[in-house]
Design a protein around this ligand. Structure first.
Ligand code: HEM
Length: 427
């Protein structure tokens, strides 16, 4: 089909306009749930009936384990720790470090992208790794190791696509990608386990997530195993690295297509940063930049499909949902419902003014999910992305080449390369 599978998904959303419909993804035919009232039922009021156990998720579990990426007691032990480690209060304490990492990463980017285009996805991935390294690992690994780890996790995730698309094939039946998966996970373990071991022996009280996981206890009061901690770290990479890098890439393409918006972001950055480096307290003052990021995440919701399985028979709206049915929640499609988003395809950061947000259904916007599994990295990503935009635009003119559409994968990467060039601003 012209436009690829993403067009199919968009078409299903347009046809349904919020009603519960079947999504035809080859042999996989889940129910698509997009209306905010239905999301209220599945993610909040009736959430105990809807779990992650979707077959596609089981394939992912081979990589990310049964801690934060799972359900039940293992998930809970990790969730409490990670939520605390990424909460607003904690980010206030670690904010100085995050802002300093953003500043350093932007300078490195500017060095490479000086008057010659660099690949935006590659560079945003590198930038994200620079910022997450101290937050995840307390900088126990080098920048190069963090990049390598990210690459291997991406390879492992990519090689699972066949198994995710055909979850009914048992693990003992060989499939394409198996060998790459094994090799990548072996490398990940070879890299991670010594770091975990060293960190455990140091017994540190660091504010980084690895230290937090090592201090965590399960419901029986036992420390989490090295395997559990390692899989949680991998899950953090899977959940937080590619989604962040791609969202930042789409932000640059949107700013390039909307120069008046870019000029306003720059004006705000000039006022707030006043020529200096970004600081954590700037995030609150960069109000319009925050709205721009929110609008980028409305149109480019990296979590285009969030699966759940019904434990017992239920109804969503007027549609019967037998036990065992897979539901797919799609923030990407909810964010395109004309009932809640007039002219849904128009890029308009004004949609995120305080009054507009107050008056909208609270579940019309959920780029970070909602309910028990809502993203633990939300506040962190907002801080990181707002500071990156402000730090770059206050000092550089940004030229973006290529204007691709997204392609359906685990997230939504651009179909073709996006080039970024940074030139120091003339004042
Ligand atoms: C643009 C950036 C991001 C987007 C769009 C995003 C989106 C999401 C979504 C939709 C979920 C819910 C999944 C579900 O309901 O099953 C989620 C969960 C999660 N995210 Fe993010 N995320 C982002 C960044 C991050 C970052 C930076 C981190 C790490 C610090 C992170 C860590 C997690 C974790 C650990 C979960 C699982 C939470 C749980 O199951 O309790 N995310 N994310």
């Amino acid at each position: 089909m012209r436009g690829g599978p993403l067009r199919l998904v968009e078409e299903a959303g347009r046809r349904g306009q919020g009603t519960v419909v079947r999504l035809g993804l080859g042999p996989f035919r889940p129910l698509l749930v997009t209306h905010p009232d239905h999301l209220q039922h599945v993610l909040r009021d009736g959430a105990e009936n809807y779990v992650r156990g979707a077959a596609m998720w089981d394939a992912l579990g081979r990589l990310t384990g049964q801690g934060i990426a799972g359900e039940g007691p293992g998930w809970l032990a990790s969730r409490d720790t990670l939520r605390k480690g990424m909460s607003g209060g904690c980010l206030q304490r670690t904010g100085e470090g995050i802002a300093a990492s953003v500043e350093q990463a932007v300078q490195e980017l500017a060095g490479r992208a000086h008057r010659q285009p660099v690949d935006a996805v590659v560079e945003m991935t590198r930038l994200v790794h620079r910022v997450i390294n101290p937050v995840f690992f307390g900088s126990r690994i080098s920048a190069a190791q963090c990049d390598r780890l990210g690459q291997e996790v991406t390879t492992a995730l990519g090689s699972l696509l066949w198994r995710m698309a055909m979850p009914f094939v048992p693990n003992r039946v060989p499939m394409p990608g198996d060998r790459a998966f094994l090799q990548a996970t072996r490398t990940v373990n070879r890299m991670l386990l010594p770091v975990i071991d060293r960190a455990r022996r140091q017994g540190g009280d660091g504010a980084d997530l690895l230290s937090g996981l090592l201090r965590a206890r399960d419901c029986d009061g036992r420390p989490l195993s090295d395997e559990h901690v390692g899989q949680d770290v991998v899950a953090l990479f899977v959940a937080g690295s590619e989604s962040s890098a791609l969202t930042l890439t789409w932000a640059w393409t949107m700013l390039a297509r909307h120069p008046a918006v870019a000029a306003r972001v720059r004006q705000e950055a000039d006022q707030v940063l006043a020529g200096g480096p970004p600081r954590p307290e700037h995030v609150r003052q960069l109000v319009f930049t925050g709205q721009v990021m929110a609008e980028v995440m409305r149109l480019y919701s990296m979590a285009w499909a969030v699966p759940r399985v019904a434990r017992q028979d239920d109804m969503v709206g007027r549609v019967p949902v037998p036990a065992g049915t897979t539901l797919v929640i799609s923030p990407y499609l909810t964010h395109r419902l004309a009932e809640f988003w007039p002219e849904p395809l128009r890029f308009d950061p004004g949609r995120f003014g305080k009054k507009a947000v107050r008056e909208r259904h609270s579940l019309a916007y959920l780029p970070f999910g909602d309910g028990a599994h809502q993203c633990v990295g939300q506040a962190f990503f907002v801080m990181e992305s707002v500071l990156v935009l402000a730090a770059v635009l206050s000092r550089y003119d940004v030229h973006v080449s290529g204007s691709p559409r997204p392609r359906l994968a685990v997230a939504l990467p651009p179909r073709s390369p996006v080039g970024l060039t940074l030139t120091p601003r003339r004042r």
